[in-house]
Each structure stands twice: as structure tokens, then as C-alpha cells.
Design a protein around this ligand. Structure first.
Ligand code: AMP
Ligand code: TRP
Length: 337
């Protein structure tokens, strides 16, 4: 199935039962838009999830949950290839080759590894966590992706992907496409509602600043209403001086399609309370059908599993071809049958 559309690829980890608003606005929303114009590959990266300890039953459930949420968000298996990373063994296989091209120092400079390792106590972090970005490199290169839609926190991993693709191509001959990050400026980083200096993340110290899309809508409304703002009263976008308010404006604008200047005008002379009440309503309207659709997919795991199996088959056809080329270039002796 050749296509002359540019290719995009991205992945999301099944590490919690629910996506958060940062995942959706920073990444998944773009996935949905790009499947219209691009040859798109989207996956649930379960092999990445096990770089930190996971309960086996929960991992399995969360993998289905992640797929169900992608479908609920609008990822459409008729328009893209949706699959689970571990269903395509070529990821681990190319990952090994990429491990053997990466410098120890180079891998040590990955800031996300340093952050995550520090959280666990550096001595206890696994080698898998250390090589996490290199598996991601393999994910991207296997599909010869032109663009990778992600949030800002993934930029360094895409740069590593480009470096390794160039190194491989230089050493063994042209094999891999150099991918570009696809990071929308407005939503590249969604901030914690309680601490707008840090990004919204599932590992937030308090759940109050984290909007999980599958939370009870009431809980979500409450979190929005108690978002931290500032002591000024003007509703104006200024990421540096007014990070809390600016974050709320970004979320509001993206979910409704309104422009930020339009919102500033709408709330001129009004207090933060009015903005938060309205945004809470916007959020509830967004998450209510999202939760329902997710639940519908979860209620029918057989359909979900078969859809993922079909996706894996499509993905594998592409991945196997790239891996065979890479093996050949590196000089691995092919098995003769
Ligand atoms: P993860 O849950 O780490 O697999 O992240 C999935 C996607 O969500 C990645 O593309 C991240 O860059 C993106 N993402 C995660 N947190 C945020 C955030 N606070 N703002 C914007 N994008 C985010
Ligand atoms: N590392 C990404 C994250 O934490 C997830 C990921 C894995 C990914 N493989 C990928 C993203 C390939 C883009 C492309 O969010």
C-alpha cells in the first residue's frame, strides 16, 4: 500500500489508566488532525512503559485503555495505522542495533532520563530506562517517518533520532529518513493547574493540578475552579508574568477554537472566577462524551483487540522491510531457509 503522503509516527505510554490534558493537547489532538493529510502510524508503547516497574495485570488493562482513549479522541483505524508496540517485534530488534551506535555519554545527556532516574534514586533506575530514548529512535526510523507529533518534552529524543539516523546513513549508506519534530508552539507544554511553573504530568506531586480525562467530570470542574492564578485580576495572556492565567487561556482557546485575543476581550473587566467557571464547563463538555466513548470501546475488548491486531499487521509490513535493510547494511548474515 504505497502512499505519497508524508509519513507521521508517534507513541504514547500506557502508564496510567487515563490520559491527562497535556497528553491530549500536546500530542493526541495533533495525531487526529494529521491522519487526514499524512500516512499516519500511532502506537501504544508498552515496551517503553516497562522501563519502570509495572503491575502485569494493570499494564495489560492500561494498554487497552490507552488504545480505547485514542479511538475515543478520534484516532481512526480507517485513516491511520493504530497498533501496540510489542506486537511488532522489529522495534526491539532495531532498538538493539541503535543501542550499538549510541555513545554512552550521548545517552547520558538525555534530560528525561536524568529526571526520571533522579525520581527513583539513580542507582535503582534500570538500564532499560537509560536506553529508553534509543528504543524510541528505532520506533521512528522503522517507519521512515518524516514528522513526529509530540510535546516539547520529546524534542531532545527527536534530535537523537536525527543524529543516529545520520550516523547510520553515513556509516552504512542511505537507509533512514531524518524525521522532524512536529511540535505546536501554543500547546507544546501544558502546565500543572496548581503549579504553573511545571508541566502537567502524571507524576505530579499533587493530583489537584492534573486533569485526567477519565476523571469524574465533577472532579475535573473542581480542579479547574481551584486552579492557581495570580494576585493581579486582569485576564491577559503573558506566559512569563501570568503563567497560571495564560495556561488556562491556552486550554480554553484550544478546546473551543476561540483565539486568545478574542478570549481576552470576552473577559475584559471580569474576574478570574468567571473565566474558571466557563472553562470548567468547556472541560466538562469535552470529557463527558470522551469518557463515554472510551467506555464503549472498553466494553468490547474483542473488537478492540482485533482492531489492534490488524493495525500490527499493517505496521509490521513496513517495519519488517526497514529492519531487513538495516540488517543487510550492518552485515548480519541472513538465515537461508
Ligand atoms: P507520555 O504520557 O509520556 O507517553 O506522553 C505522551 C505525549 O504527550 C508526548 O508526546 C508528550 O510530549 C506529550 N505530553 C506529555 N505531557 C505534556 C504536557 N504537559 N504538555 C504538552 N504535551 C505533553
Ligand atoms: N517517549 C514518548 C513519551 O514519553 C513516547 C514514545 C515512544 C514516542 N516512542 C515514540 C513518541 C515514538 C514519538 C515517537 O511521550
Amino acid at each position: 500500500m504505497a502512499s505519497n503522503k508524508p509519513r507521521v509516527l508517534s507513541g504514547i505510554q500506557p502508564t496510567s489508566g487515563s490520559f491527562h490534558l497535556g497528553n491530549y493537547l500536546g500530542a493526541v489532538r495533533q495525531w487526529v488532525a494529521l491522519q487526514e493529510s499524512h500516512d499516519a502510524f500511532y502506537m501504544v508503547v508498552d515496551l517503553h512503559a516497562i522501563t519502570v516497574p509495572q503491575d502485569p495485570a494493570e499494564l495489560k488493562a492500561n494498554t487497552r485503555f490507552a488504545a480505547a482513549q485514542l479511538l475515543a479522541a478520534g484516532v481512526d483505524p480507517e485513516r491511520c495505522t493504530l497498533f501496540v508496540q510489542s506486537h511488532v517485534p522489529e522495534h526491539a530488534q532495531l532498538g538493539w542495533i541503535m543501542n550499538c551506535l549510541t555513545g554512552f555519554g550521548e545517552a547520558s545527556r538525555m534530560t528525561q532520563f536524568k529526571d526520571k532516574a533522579a525520581k527513583q534514586g539513580a542507582e535503582r533506575a534500570t538500564v532499560g530506562l537509560f536506553t529508553y530514548p534509543i528504543l524510541q529512535v528505532a520506533d521512528i526510523l522503522l517507519y521512515q517517518a518524516d514528522q513526529v507529533p509530540v510535546g516539547e518534552d520529546q524534542r531532545q529524543h527527536i534530535e537523537l533520532t536525527r543524529d543516529l539516523a545520520e550516523r547510520f546513513n553515513g556509516r552504512f549508506g542511505q537507509t533512514f529518513t531524518l524525521p522532524a519534530p512536529y511540535i505546536l508552539k501554543e500547546t507544546a507544554k501544558i502546565y500543572d493547574l496548581q503549579d504553573p511553573a511545571i508541566k502537567m504530568s502524571k507524576s505530579a506531586s499533587t493530583p489537584k493540578g492534573l486533569i485526567n480525562l477519565l476523571d469524574e467530570p465533577k472532579t475535573t470542574a473542581k480542579k479547574v475552579k481551584s486552579a492557581v492564578t495570580d494576585t493581579d485580576t486582569v485576564i491577559r495572556y503573558d506566559a512569563e508574568k501570568k503563567p497560571g492565567v495564560s495556561n488556562l487561556l491556552t486550554i480554553y482557546a484550544t478546546l473551543t477554537g476561540a483565539g486568545i485575543p478574542e478570549l481576552e476581550q470576552k473577559y475584559e473587566g471580569k474576574g478570574y472566577g468567571a473565566l474558571k467557571t466557563d472553562l470548567a464547563e468547556v472541560m466538562v463538555e469535552f470529557v463527558t462524551p470522551f469518557r463515554e466513548r472510551t467506555q464503549q470501546y472498553m466494553d468490547d475488548p474483542e473488537t478492540l483487540d482485533s482492531l489492534l491486531a490488524k493495525g500490527a499487521e499493517k505496521a509490521r509490513a513496513v517495519a519488517a522491510e526497514t529492519l531487513a535493510q538495516a540488517y543487510e547494511k550492518v552485515g548480519l548474515l541472513p538465515a537461508k531457509h
